[in-house]
Design a protein around this ligand. Structure first.
Ligand code: ZN
Length: 114
């Protein structure tokens, strides 16, 4: 149910930007999702279609861009990127790692029609 709240907040932002730009409708919506964000694209798509009805975003297309996570090893200080599942430090094998980014989910840009 996590997706419901984030989808709603993204819809609000998109509608606000579209209104400020005097758009007649929003055609494309670009989203950025960190590799480690627990967001399911299909759920966001589902809520989007449901909630955008009757707004400037009705019928708009969602684009998802997954970005790699960034981690730092607390044992040896190694910084590394992660493009899959969480794994130990590639330099020393330590599992004591900290995620510095990778759980973000935000609206990157929208395309509008006037
Ligand atoms: Zn390490």
């Amino acid at each position: 149910m996590h997706e419901l709240a984030v989808t709603e907040s993204i819809l609000n932002i998109a509608v606000k930007h579209a209104q400020q730009a005097n758009a007649s409708r929003v055609s494309e919506v670009y989203l950025v999702i960190g590799r480690l964000a627990s967001i399911v694209d299909d759920s966001v798509q589902f809520y989007w279609e449901m909630m955008s009805e009757g707004t400037l975003c009705a019928g708009s297309k969602l684009h998802f861009q997954r970005v790699p996570a960034q981690l730092v090893c607390l044992n040896c200080g190694n910084d590394y990127m992660l493009d899959g599942e969480l794994e130990p430090c590639p330099a020393c094998g330590s599992a004591k790692v900290k995620v510095t980014s990778g759980d973000q989910f935000y609206l990157d840009s929208i395309e509008i029609e006037k």
